[in-house]
Design a protein around this ligand. Structure first.
Ligand code: MN
Length: 153
């Protein structure tokens, strides 16, 4: 993200200067939210959800989120969830997808530091999860196109 090209093409000083806005890059200080749900479905798991592109990008994590730098967790990407899901807690009734108890295990704001197709770097500012984390695409497991590793750095 840069305004270098925009700025180069325009004269913002002098007699024949443009009346277009010079503009600055807005620091991405708009808070993004994250939530980790504890989900007692057929298998207990945790769901990491990060606000991106106006939705909650979501990963199902079979074990407790990584608490230290030595722990790497498999995180299976699942369907995007609406932002409103960040507030959801309750029991999904039997017969429904993901039936079982859903609790907010942690939540808060987060900072997206870098994002590419295969790697997401972010800083969580939750109550339990605080610090820099990475999600990296792996290609193993039963769902190679959905498999990521989640760890603390
Ligand atoms: Mn789930």
């Amino acid at each position: 993200m840069s305004l270098v090209k925009y700025t180069k093409k325009r004269k913002f000083e002098g007699k024949s200067k443009t009346n277009e806005p010079k503009g600055t890059i807005k620091r991405s200080d708009r808070s993004l939210i994250f939530v980790v749900h504890r989900h007692e479905a057929s298998h207990l798991h945790y769901d990491l959800r990060l606000e991106m592109d106006g939705v909650l990008k979501s990963w199902a994590v079979p074990k407790e989120p990584p608490a230290n730098k030595e722990t790497k967790r498999l995180a299976i990407q699942v369907e995007d969830h609406p932002l409103a899901y960040a507030k959801f807690e309750g029991v999904i009734p039997e017969g429904n997808y993901g039936a079982g108890k859903v609790e907010i295990w942690d939540n808060g704001k987060y900072e997206l530091k870098n994002r590419s197709a295969n790697k997401i770097e972010f800083r969580l500012n939750g109550k339990k999860l605080i610090g820099d984390y990475v999600l990296i695409k792996t290609h193993y497991g039963s769902k190679p196109d959905k498999s990521w590793l989640w760890f603390k750095v």
